[in-house]
Write a protein that binds this ligand. Structure first.
Ligand code: DAH
Length: 341
């Protein structure tokens, strides 16, 4: 019997589980109700009384050793399991970042322009993209034979020459004057459509922002100051503006506004084509015919208006040379604006 006890002791000592489940199997086999230890106990009952003391101690030792070994193994395997599990829960590990979407550069620039003018008291006005001749042309003093009405520029809908996609956001001027009496101070962002071949500098869809200010005693000097403030806010404090005489049916006098080229500081470079100036918008004093067409008394009120392409401003601001990039929405292009503005 001593041999059996020693043999079992050796097996307990040498037991090396390959998986946690093997420990429990081993425990049942040795210490369980029908296990080998209990079998020894049964046998123990039959041994001669003079051997009982000695063998009893041996069996007790075996029982204690087996329990201790199994407990130690259990603990070892639990710790190992906890170690691997905790690698997932390590709160100090750097997180995996989800890439959030970013605002489109056109939206960024539009929001910034709107914000600058809202500081000057302008509110945002919007209008429909599908318009009629009156709001896009007639109420804005376009003579019937004006080339902008030509089929080449304008998308007409269902061959009806009265229904068209607006070619400029100046139509929102008209809609605002219909709704509101002076003083009027609105900034009107929106999408516009022209029947143009798509190239690096032109697209059939683009975005404009229109401004309109009508009140008593509004002067050309007011317009100049407002647009200078705008240019400095968008392109930097050192920016200068100049105005060149121009023509628009809805303004008189009319002007094109240029900003000094920030890239060369006005000395002349390829971007400004050696002139030191970059064209950014059209503007002018609202033509009295436009005021009259919209039931506003030109004897009492005067005003100025301006309009610019958002893509153009964004191209100058970010040095983007191809307008098409704004429409293709290649994420590699868009991600460059993640932190912008
Ligand atoms: N509507 C003009 C265009 O699309 C831009 C413009 C010029 C708007 C002068 C104005 C303005 O309000 O006064 O080219």
């Amino acid at each position: 019997m001593t041999d059996k006890i020693n043999e079992l002791l050796r097996r307990v000592e040498e037991f090396k589980p390959k998986a946690a489940a093997e420990i429990e199997e081993f425990r049942i086999k040795i210490l369980g109700k029908k296990g080998e230890l209990n079998a020894l106990m049964e046998e123990f009952k039959t041994v001669a009384p003079e051997l009982k003391r000695e063998l009893g101690q041996q069996i007790n030792r075996l029982k204690n050793e087996a329990s201790a070994r199994i407990n130690a193994l259990r603990e070892e395997w639990q710790n190992a399991a906890a170690d691997t599990a905790s690698s997932d829960d390590d709160l100090t590990r750097p997180g995996t970042s989800e890439h959030l979407g970013s605002r489109h550069p056109i939206s960024l620039v539009r929001n910034q322009i709107v914000e600058v003018f809202s500081r000057l008291g302008y509110t945002v006005a919007e209008g429909p993209e599908i318009e009629d001749d009156w709001h896009v042309f007639s109420a804005l003093n376009f003579p019937p034979e004006h080339p902008a009405r030509d089929m080449q520029d304008t998308f007409f809908i269902e061959k009806d020459p009265d229904i068209l996609l607006r070619t400029h956001t100046s139509s929102i001027q008209v809609r605002t004057m219909e709704r509101q009496k002076p003083p009027i101070r609105v900034i009107c962002p929106g999408r516009v459509f022209r029947n143009e071949a798509i190239s690096y500098r032109a697209h059939c869809i683009f975005h404009q922002i229109e401004g309109l200010y009508i009140d008593e005693g509004v002067s050309f000097a007011d317009m100049k100051q407002s647009l200078l403030y705008f240019a400095k806010e968008i392109f930097g404090e050192q920016t200068a503006i100049r105005m060149r005489p121009s023509y628009f049916p809805f303004t008189e006098p009319s002007a094109e506004v240029d900003v000094s080229c920030n890239l060369c500081g006005g000395k002349g470079c390829p971007v400004c084509k050696g002139t030191g100036w970059l064209e950014i918008m059209g503007c002018g004093m609202v033509d009295p015919n436009v005021l009259k067409a919209n039931d506003i008394d030109p004897e009492k009120y005067s005003g100025f208006a301006f309009g610019m392409g958002i893509e153009r401003i964004a191209m100058l601001k970010y040095g983007v040379k191809d307008l098409r990039l704004y429409f293709e929405n290649d994420v590699r292009f868009l991600h460059q604006f993640d932190e912008a503005l």
